[in-house]
Write a protein that binds this ligand. Structure first.
Ligand code: HEM
Length: 397
């Protein structure tokens, strides 16, 4: 009688069991291996890198990484790491998290040649034709050529200087918009300028149409979002400390904003191309490396009052360099993969910030207090403010 047939013997249940048995066996086998064996396997027999204990089958440590990965990775590194390095399994991927200036220096300077590649990235593959750009290209001849092109012809100090008029015009247009005036006028089109340059170099660099498109996309995506994020965070921090507005030094404010709110808090992922010894640990080839620039910038061991917004720390003293020489401050990364757009980005943000603060007094909207300003951020390709910043301008000039 059907009603008396035990449920476990139904054909569906049997099928389910048959499908589950290999998975259950795999889980048992994984769990039976001692922590030491697992660590040794992850470290190719070397001294085991510190790693959180509660690794789950299949997903590894993914469940420990929260919606703000830079924050949860910093907390994990503090709890389970040795203060510098932490090994995670993110699904099938082995990832080394770097959270101290010393370890960052080892990875991005001492052994930069080993860690200068990029892991495959499905999003970049779809958008940029699998590494036909600079930012996501694996280390190799194509990347070297594309980076040389970008540094020499698009982002050199001379080029950035020559685009000064364009930036001034851009700032003027924004001020005019704020004033409510019609934002008309001759605008120097920087993107078109980049297109012209790239088209003129197609032969010299053997650029295909796809290369040209991908490099332009790099310039556009890497350039606009980051600069805008820094500007918005700088204005939000200044609203919380309005006394700083008056004695503003745009450069110091921008540096301090980059320290507390780096738009790329985990840089871009690096990939090791060979086995390498870092601080006595063996890091295997093909390990993803995540440098937590956000944690470095807030490390109380490197910075006094690390969580305080204090632009004055960058004024009139020998302050940390942000171009990849001081490893407690890496908003642009360091080494071979350092951002090639530093001068371009800094020039764009500084001129806009100086104009905003010089031409206007800024107030919070009616009824809003400084302490109501929500400084939380959301993590994505870049880290941006969760809440849009709304301010009221009062004309000064
Ligand atoms: C404040 C503004 C900016 C910040 C904070 C910033 C930050 C960064 C960071 C953290 C990286 C990754 C470094 C690494 O992997 O070690 C990077 C790479 C890159 N950035 Fe920027 N960036 C900014 C502006 C720009 C601008 C204006 C451009 C170009 C117009 C640009 C183009 C690039 C490119 C092409 C790469 C990839 C370099 C490579 O892989 O060789 N960035 N940037």
């Amino acid at each position: 009688m059907a009603a008396q047939t035990p449920l476990l013997l139904s054909p569906q249940a049997l099928l389910l069991y048959l499908l589950l048995i290999p998975v259950l066996l795999l889980l048992r086998a994984t769990n039976r291996r001692s922590a030491g064996e697992r660590a040794a396997a992850d470290n190719h027999g070397g001294r085991p890198l510190p790693s959180p204990p509660n690794k789950l089958p299949l997903i590894g440590h993914l469940h420990l990484v929260g919606p703000d990965p830079h924050v949860s990775l910093a907390a994990l590194a503090a709890k389970h790491g040795d203060g510098s390095l932490l090994l995670l399994r993110l699904g099938q991927t082995r990832a080394l998290v770097v959270s101290s200036p010393r370890a960052a220096e080892a990875v991005l300077r001492t052994h930069d040649h080993v860690f200068a590649s990029r892991p495959p990235n499905a999003l970049a593959d779809a958008l940029l034709d699998g590494g036909a750009d600079v930012a996501f290209a694996p280390y190799g001849e194509f990347w070297r050529q594309a980076r040389r092109l970008v540094i020499t012809h698009l982002l050199s100090a001379r080029k950035v200087h020559s685009l000064r008029r364009g930036r001034e015009e851009e700032a003027r247009l924004v001020m005019a918009k704020i004033q409510g005036a019609a934002a008309a006028g001759a605008q120097e089109d920087q993107e078109a300028d980049f297109v012209d340059v790239l088209l003129s170099l197609q032969e010299e660099y053997s650029l295909t149409r796809q290369h040209t498109k991908s490099i332009l996309m790099d310039m556009f995506v890497a350039g606009t979002d980051t600069s805008y994020i820094v500007l918005e965070c700088a204005m939000a921090e200044l609203m919380r400390k309005p006394n700083l507005m008056a004695k503003l030094q745009a450069e110091a404010v921008v540096k301090e904003t980059l320290r507390l709110h780096p738009p790329a808090p985990l840089l871009l992922p690096h990939l090791s191309m060979a086995e390498c010894d870092i601080g006595g640990y063996k890091v295997p080839a093909e390990t993803r490396v995540i440098v937590n620039a956000w944690a470095l910038g807030r490390d109380p061991g490197s910075w006094e009052a690390a969580d305080e917004f204090m632009p004055e720390r960058f004024v009139d003293v020998v302050s940390p360099d942000f171009k990849g020489r001081d490893f407690q401050f890496l908003p642009f990364g360091a080494g071979r993969r350092i951002c090639p757009g530093i001068n371009f980005g800094m020039a764009s943000v500084e001129i806009m910030l100086a104009n905003l603060v010089y031409c206007y007094d800024w107030e919070l909207p009616d009824g809003m207090r400084q302490e109501d300003l929500d400084m939380t951020s959301v993590f994505g390709m870049t880290m941006r403010r969760k809440e849009k910043l709304f301010l009221v301008p009062r004309t000064r000039c």
